[in-house]
Design a protein around this ligand. Structure first.
Ligand code: 9MJ
Length: 675
């Protein structure tokens, strides 16, 4: 071979090894050794050399993970050793009898087991010849599967080339392809963004991705592989004593193996493992549907042998199913703590995730419409861990002709106030505020909290009793309480009642900021309440402010302004405020900035955007100067922006201002305006 080609061969080999090493670090060990840009640089370098010397491309090159032409159909592959299924156990008795049968079959007092998570993915077999990945196939019927080599090559955690001293001449690695929970979430989000169908669960997403005839589609899907055993093997340094040694060997060949694999002894330890993995299930990055127990000694496995299509030496101990099929009997609308209207499906009782489920959340109106859930539908319900049960999807084929799409009520089902949806929000909310009984308790809890009106001794339990007995409906009713009403309640002695009344009396003297915060207006936290108090100085000015005016308050944007406007537009809320004032709740009023701002016409009511560095003024100072004169500084340029103040090195905001024709000022121009 010519010297130059030989040198290039060596360079190619080095680059390929480097890239595969970094794939291993990133995709198997989850521990990247170099930044992405450096990885991309290596990859581009390899691609360039391969473009220059196409004859030197080999199928094990990392560039060849994607690029095969789409197939018309998958061809069949006969497995060297059948891919068997596992016997299942759903209860502890079955585990005990499995262990008993094994001890009796082997005539031993106690058995050592390899224990593993049971991946909820798709079983595949990977065939390596002379250490090179040649064919990958699905399980199929256990004897013959489909050739999905091109798709499996796109999975970066599957090694294309095995590097070890004593690599078997032929090796079939068995394992499961799955999609990590995080990758599944990303995929579904992007499917929805593109207006395409979301997948019901990671398993379906992985199956759909592996079934692609065009491997370029599979390559975009971020699949993962975990090895759990071997099929056929010829020669090489494969361990021959224990299953757990084989797993260590596969790990040394850079195959991904679950960290949770372990070796235990006796049936109690099997159950302990099952419960331990059960508690970790939710926090694992991938979905599992149980654990697998395998007799660890290979000689013992052989002695036990097989029954029909499953090994006698292994058992899958399944977790309760997390998804079941049931019927939607009705769709109710619940009013949550902050007035959120949540559609809830009433279900025909179904045992799922270990409990009987009769309700499942439908989250919000967008979700109901996206899934098109209707009364009478047959649906898949999911209950994972402690998560609230939800409707995953509708079985459209089972739908009867009489069903109607769900519509959200226009009024709150509890108090009848208008139900409103703010732009950009998924939730529809009851605008009844303090008047809605479903929100009364929560509102009073918030009202009396330490950082709000600070009513000492008024606990959540007491508030519940007061509302349940209709003694109190609004926060104003607290100021009408007397000793008699209180001592009639359960477990409230006269002394405590008097202490509470004293605390209520004391709370009357407050500050405007506390009072605004105590009203419990959506999106108005303590900081916003303080800003509103100092801007308006008095409650009436705040209550009379319109949307535009409200947005002049520092840090008040359109969403907060709308919340405030909605709240004060409700006559019940104004009524409660009036009663509170009549009861003697008071604070010191001030002029506030809004009063000052009206005197300055050039800046007040105007919206500014700052970009670049100003010669003598810091951005903070500029912002303060504008805001004290009733102007508002926002982060992005729109048609509504009045001025863009430009310093040196301005960003894209400057270009946007030019394109929208917004007035541009330099620092001198701003100063003129301020004066
Ligand atoms: C899964 N699905 O995780 C086996 N499996 O072993 C594990 N499946 C298996 N082992 C022999 N961990 C046949 C199937």
């Amino acid at each position: 071979m010519n010297k130059k080609i030989e040198a290039i061969q060596q360079q190619l080999q080095k680059l390929r090894q480097q890239i595969e090493h970094h794939n291993y670090q990133y995709y198997v060990l989850d521990n990247p050794a170099i930044p992405d840009v450096e990885y991309d640089r290596l990859f581009r370098e390899l691609q360039q050399i391969e473009r220059d010397y196409p004859r030197l491309i080999t199928s094990e090159s990392p560039t060849q993970r994607v690029g095969a032409a789409p197939l018309n159909t998958f061809s069949q592959v006969v497995h060297e050793v059948p891919m068997l299924s596992l016997d299942n156990a759903f209860d502890e008795e079955k585990v005990a009898s499995f262990d008993r049968r094994i001890r009796e079959g082997l005539s031993v007092p106690v058995v050592e087991y390899a224990v593993e998570p049971k991946f909820d993915g798709l079983a595949v077999s990977l065939r390596y010849e002379q250490g090179k990945f040649k064919t990958g196939s699905t399980r199929g019927d256990g004897y013959t599967g489909e050739d999905i080599t091109q798709n499996l090559r796109t999975i970066k955690s599957i090694p294309l080339c095995l590097s070890a001293k004593d690599v078997p001449t032929l090796l079939e690695v068995r394992g499961e392809v799955l999609m990590m929970k995080a990758d599944f979430q990303h995929l579904n989000q992007s499917q929805r963004d593109k207006g395409e169908k979301a997948f019901a669960n990671p398993r379906n997403a992985a199956a759909g991705s592996l079934r692609q005839l065009d491997s370029k589609v599979t390559a975009t899907r971020h699949l993962t592989f975990f090895a759990y055993g071997i099929g056929w093997v010829e020669d090489g340094g494969i361990p021959k004593v224990k299953h757990s040694d084989i797993m260590d060997y596969l790990l040394s060949l850079h195959f991904p193996v679950a960290k949770e694999c372990a070796v235990v002894t006796g049936s109690d330890a099997l159950l302990a493992y099952y419960h331990d993995i059960g508690t970790k299930r939710e926090s694992l990055p991938y979905e599992i549907d149980g654990v697998v127990y395998k007799v660890n000694a290979l000689a013992q496995q052989e002695k036990l042998g097989y029954v029909s299509r499953a090994p006698r030496f292994a058992l899958a101990h399944k977790f309760p199913a997390q998804e079941m099929v049931t019927k939607v009997l009705g769709i109710d609308v619940q009013v949550g703590r902050t007035g959120t209207l949540t559609p809830v499906a009433r279900l025909e009782p179904v045992f799922v995730g270990g409990v009987t489920v009769t309700n499942a959340t439908l989250h919000n109106i967008d979700e109901v419409q996206r899934k098109d859930v209707r009364v009478g539908d047959t649906v898949i319900v999911r209950r994972a861990g402690d998560v609230i049960p939800e409707v995953v999807s509708v079985m459209q084929t089972q739908r009867s002709a009489q069903t109607e799409p769900f519509v959200m009520p226009e009024n709150c089902p509890v108090c009848g106030a208008k139900a409103a949806r703010l732009s950009g929000e998924a939730a529809v909310r009851c605008t009844g505020g303090l008047f809605c009984p479903a929100q009364q308790k929560q509102a009073i809890i918030h009202f009396s909290a330490r950082r709000a009106m600070d009513i000492d001794g008024l606990g959540d339990k007491l508030i519940e009793q007061l509302v349940d007995h209709s003694v109190v409906r609004t926060s104003a009713d607290l100021y009408k309480l007397g000793v008699t009403a209180l001592v009639n309640l359960e477990r409230l002695a006269e002394k405590s009642a008097n202490n509470l009344l004293a605390a209520i009396e004391k709370s009357k003297q407050t500050t405007l900021a506390r009072f605004i915060y105590a009203l419990g207006i959506r999106n108005v936290g303590e900081t916003t309440a303080k800003a509103l108090a100092s801007y308006y100085g008095g409650l009436d000015r705040l209550m009379d402010a319109d949307l535009e005016d409200l947005q002049l308050v520092p840090d008040v944007g359109p969403i907060v302004a709308q919340s405030l406007a909605d709240f004060f537009a409700q006559p019940h809320n104004r009524e409660v405020i009036e009663q509170l004032r009549l009861a003697g709740v008071s604070w010191e009023e001030q002029d506030g900035m809004s009063a000052i701002a009206t005197e300055v016409t050039a800046v007040s009511g105007k919206t500014f955007v700052l970009t670049g560095t100003l010669p003598s003024m810091s951005r903070e100072t500029a912002k303060e100067e504008i805001e004290t004169r009733g102007g508002k500084v926002v982060g992005s340029v729109s048609k509504k922006t009045n001025y863009v103040v430009v310093g040196t090195d301005p960003g894209s905001k400057y270009d946007k201002a030019l394109s929208l024709g917004v007035t541009i000022l330099d620092e001198a121009g701003l100063k003129d305006l301020l004066q």
